[in-house]
Design a protein around this ligand. Sequence first.
Ligand code: NAP
Length: 242
Amino acid sequence: MLVLILGGTSEARALAGVLDEGHTVLSSLAGRTSKPLLPPGEVRIGGFGGADGLAAFLSERRVDAVVDATHPFAARISANAARAAATTGVPLLHLRRPGWVERPGDIWHRVRDLAEAAALLPRLGRRVFLTTGRQEIAAFAGNDQWFLARSVEPPEPPMPTRLATVLDRGPFTLDGERRLLAEHAIDVLISKDSGGVAPKLTAARERGIPVVLVDRPPLPLGEVVPSVADAVDWVTRKRYGT
Ligand code: NAP
């Protein structure tokens, strides 16, 4: 049984590791970073050419099942996967880690999109820790606050004029996050609601600073599970037709 994992997340890598024991696994990465963390098994990198390209790929490679384990904000590839699965009849599962839940002491401002986050900022702080990823920095190009932007690859213009960058890839530690917030006198944090382990949220709570949290885009209709173990169960059920 050939399983295509649409990846780019730690869950996708973990799933490939588990499935690689008893299935043929092919992982697909978008190619957004120059040195991606590679999962076990076969890996391909780069777009398919839209939903039609992905449908053609599924047919050519005789893919038996697809697990969309992409980032919760990678809405286009998820929509393409849904369309390609509908066209070809290949079963599709979305693996999505749950979003974050507010805890006592959190000062969260949920916004629908990056434009709303940029508009809200002047009311919340002057020194911003921006952790949305480099593709999103352009949304803040018109803001005059000071930004510390963290991303895996260097950001490109347009971007805010008052910007320092830290190039890094998680997982991050609580001590490290505390230090960053203190060293740069950060008074507001911006993040997408990516889910998963996030010591930055704990560090912000401890410091008593507000967090602007960008809501997730909606998932296409279809089967969704929250964990790697659930995805393994789903693949096993597909394999044995149960
Ligand atoms: P996207 O907007 O959903 O995808 C844009 C295009 O990239 C897709 O149409 C597809 O091209 C290609 N693509 C995306 N994921 C792919 C995969 N796993 N395998 C092959 N092709 C893939 O996603 P995005 O532009 O990568 O990112 C959108 C948001 O997700 C951003 O907020 C970003 O920060 C976040 N994010 C993405 C990743 C990642 O690995 N992609 C990781 C962390 C965060 P074709 O139409 O040509 O097939």
